[in-house]
Design a protein. Sequence first.
Length: 146
Amino acid sequence: MIQPNLESRELLINMKDIPWEATSQEYNAFWEEEDRKINEGVTINGFYFSPFIYWHLNYWSIYVDTIVGNRQIRKLDRPQLWDTYLAVDDTIRQAETHVDGKKGVVMVGSRRISKELADYEPVITNRGEIPIGEIKMEVRCFCKIT
């Protein structure tokens, strides 16, 4: 499978010379090309960035939690490209281009439906087994099969 090149200079987030002045010669052509990428998608190094994925990576911002020094802070940043976004995007494109015509896609998501663990229940981490209530952001957790 071809992997996306997220460092490509063809992605807006990696471009250095963006024409911001509406009076510049490059302005209209540049933003018309960006509009095309948002509406039609773009193939970069063999990987197709759908319109949604291109927009998601280049124009959407979200708040992310990050560690600075020993503090956790929330800052506005660009989202990461997760495999779930690609899977959802692929499913939608398959439905749109189905041989029998467009098909619908139903997706359901929820939180707190699965089993919850009490704070004292053990979790296996890279530091050994510790109670789940003591998990901090920097600890890697592994699955414990019971």
